[in-house]
Ligand binder design. Structure first.
Ligand code: ZN
Length: 152
């Protein structure tokens, strides 16, 4: 038995959409994903990590495209996370090409995101969202979003 989630996360990690926009988007998702077990709004005081679970394959550098060692990444994740204040998203010097980047600016396959807000749909059973659907969601939420597909 496995479960899947589609999580919609604003691209700006600190951004929280207005309550009215969040509610309108929730209703939009409920119409688009009638089979979902649950669709909820997640909102946090601090930045949290929305992971893709078993879909995680690689993390890589957006500058030089090299894969980043997962152990290095794990250590950077621990270092960046403050128990009281969540993820700080500080810049770290990367092991590949010695450019610096915050953890939310790395390339994850599958995609993973950092944020204070998400809309999360459990077992929506609709596959991947098309670009058109993502645009509709962005229009309803009034911000740019990225989509995390979590499989557990
Ligand atoms: Zn690099």
């Amino acid at each position: 038995m496995s479960d899947n989630w589609i999580m919609i996360v604003p691209k700006l990690s600190e951004h929280i959409p207005s309550e009215a926009n969040a509610k309108a988007t929730l209703e939009l998702l409920e119409r688009m994903m009638p089979d979902a077990d649950e669709i909820e709004i997640i909102q946090n005081e601090h930045v949290q990590f929305f992971d893709c679970g078993a879909n995680f394959e690689t993390v890589s550098c957006t500058r030089c495209n090299a894969d980043i060692d997962v152990d290095w990444w794990g250590e950077a994740m621990s270092l960046d996370y403050d128990e009281k204040a969540g993820f700080q998203l500080n810049e770290y010097r990367l092991p590949c090409c010695s450019s610096s980047a915050a953890l939310n600016l790395l390339n994850y396959s599958f995609h993973q995101a950092f944020g204070r807000f998400a809309l999360s749909a459990m077992n929506p059973n609709i596959g991947k969202l098309s670009d058109d659907v993502v645009k509709k969601i962005e229009a309803a939420l009034v911000c740019d979003v990225s989509v995390v597909y979590r499989h557990i």
